[in-house]
Design a protein around this ligand. Structure first.
Ligand code: PRP
Length: 214
């Protein structure tokens, strides 16, 4: 039997996903070893392989079929715009994509002024400002700690993930506009879904049941 390969996004989400997989009967003991430097793990009985990758690379692995299934946040799916099937909302890692900044930036947004927007998600930011708000802005791509940008004067606002809101609060910033809710999704390679439909839909069904039982 051919292996089915599952790509997981490194970090917080991987841990939660692994426990959900475990709940649905899919275990991978090898992966629990915190000291391991191995990148790919297998469950030989179930003919499954698992690997952890940088979050933003998960959709790429799935589009090219290097992974049949992926688990990744909808922020990454929206930003990467890869060809893949989004099949299940796991309801994990719930948060919101927002425009945030100092309270004083509210006026700039209201008056459609040409402002600078810093974000790790330039495509999401562009789509929101250009296609939804019809507001011309300059988008600056950053790779992390985006809240710094309005504080040090790089941009007027940011487009970023807000979970608890404490990063914004501790830095004197606030949510100015909400773009969309986010959560972890299961994605599947299009060809794999045709060629391995039975096994893949069974995995999705098991995961769905595990989500419902939570
Ligand atoms: C994310 C996000 C915010 C923060 C929001 O950053 O970019 O900075 O979490 O969480 P909160 O609303 O609960 O405070 P992450 O921790 O992924 O690091 P990064 O800033 O390097 O992207």
């Amino acid at each position: 039997m051919k292996y089915i390969t599952i790509a997981l996004a490194k970090g917080r989400l991987a841990k939660q996903t692994l426990s959900l997989l475990e709940q649905s009967g899919i275990t991978c003991e090898e992966m629990k070893d915190k000291d391991t430097r191995k990148l790919i793990f297998a469950n030989e009985d179930l003919r499954l392989k698992f690997f952890l990758s940088k979050t933003s690379d998960v959709p790429t692995y799935v589009e090219y079929g290097a992974a049949d299934i992926g688990v990744v946040g909808s922020d990454t799916i929206l930003e990467e715009r890869r060809r893949l099937l989004e099949v299940l909302d796991l309801g994990l890692g719930k948060c919101r994509m927002c425009v945030a900044g100092p309270a004083s930036a509210r006026e700039l947004l209201k008056n459609n002024e040409i402002i600078r927007v810093a974000s790790k998600y330039p495509k999401i930011a562009k789509d929101y400002f250009y296609n939804k708000k019809h507001q011309t802005v300059e988008i600056v791509k950053l790779n992390g700690s985006v809240e710094l940008a309005p504080i040090v004067g790089l941009s007027e606002v940011i487009v970023d993930i807000v979970e608890t809101g404490s990063t914004l609060k501790e830095n004197g910033l606030e949510v100015l506009e909400e773009i969309c809710p986010l959560s972890a999704r299961v994605v599947v390679n299009e060809a794999s879904m045709k060629l391995q439909r039975e096994r893949i839909t069974q995995i999705i069904r098991d995961l769905k049941n595990a989500v419902c039982d939570r």
